[in-house]
Design a protein around this ligand. Structure first.
Ligand code: PGA
Length: 252
């Protein structure tokens, strides 16, 4: 299991410039003041705020990521943003295949693999999201659904250096319902086995994140489950105090 936990804040479509800059500033200072940090922090603001957040974080160890990217580096794709553009503005990471993209933008796993490959080509770490719905879990299909998503969403270019996988059960996102420690342990062991099979170049070292209603109160327990190498946090990443408490729960 890797020692440094990856703590990713997905701000989704929230905030405006002033509060985003203030939050990034507060997090940058809090991380700088944290001795022997056992974590690496990445903030994923809405696209319009990335430049300002990168500027605020200059000189800090806190990194910035996009929430999505296109498969192509440039072209006639009105409204889209390429991985190369994210890299150019100072991002180090990009989330691809979030369930909200799969659900509201009909993104398929093969499209997500192409986006992750584009992220790799641009020099970004792709955070590839997978996770089953409530109905799929109730039908006993969680393992097979996640295995299929992993098989189809991880591109051949994936290595332990350029890829993280986030397990986010859809029913736990923004609902206040977290998967039980046993469910997370079982699913992360399953994901570790599948990713190790699929990624021959360091698959056993790829960081596996859990996401879905992570908060300060449950972060320590989740972050200490085997094969949980970090967390992907939505709602609780919008409050700097809560998010830093989650990151600090990596220690020990
Ligand atoms: P949540 O969102 O922490 O608000 O449940 C997680 C996510 O969607 O990445």
């Amino acid at each position: 299991m890797s020692m440094t936990k990856l703590i990713v804040g997905n701000w989704k479509m929230n905030g405006l410039l002033a509060d985003s800059k203030a939050r990034a500033q507060q997090l940058g200072s809090a991380v700088a003041a944290t001795k022997d940090a056992a974590f690496e922090m990445v903030l994923c603001p809405p696209a319009t705020m990335i430049g300002a957040v990168v500027d605020v974080l200059a000189g800090s160890s806190v990194q910035c990521g996009g929430q999505d990217c296109h498969t192509e580096p440039s072209g006639a794709y009105t409204g889209n943003i390429s991985a190369a553009m994210l890299k150019d503005i100072g991002c180090t990471h990009v989330i691809v295949g979030h369930s909200e993209r799969r659900q509201y933008h009909a993104e398929t796993s093969s499209l997500i693999a192409a986006k992750a490959a584009a992220a790799h080509a641009a020099g970004l770490v792709a955070i590839i999201c997978v996770g089953e719905t409530d109905a799929e879990r109730s039908a006993g299909e969680a393992d097979s659904v996640v295995a299929a998503q992993l098989a189809e969403s991880i591109p051949l270019s994936a290595t332990s250096e350029n890829t993280a996988v986030a397990y986010e059960p859809v029913w736990a996102i923004g609902t206040g319902k977290t998967a039980s420690a046993d469910d997370i342990r079982q699913m992360h062991a399953h994901i570790r086995a599948k990713v190790s099979e699929k990624v021959t170049s360091g698959g056993a070292q790829i960081k596996l994140l859990y996401g879905g209603s992570v908060k300060a109160a449950n972060a320590a327990e989740i972050l200490h489950i085997a094969h949980v190498d970090g967390v992907l946090v939505g709602g609780a990443s919008l409050a700097a105090d809560d998010f830093i408490a989650i990151a600090k729960a990596s220690a020990g």
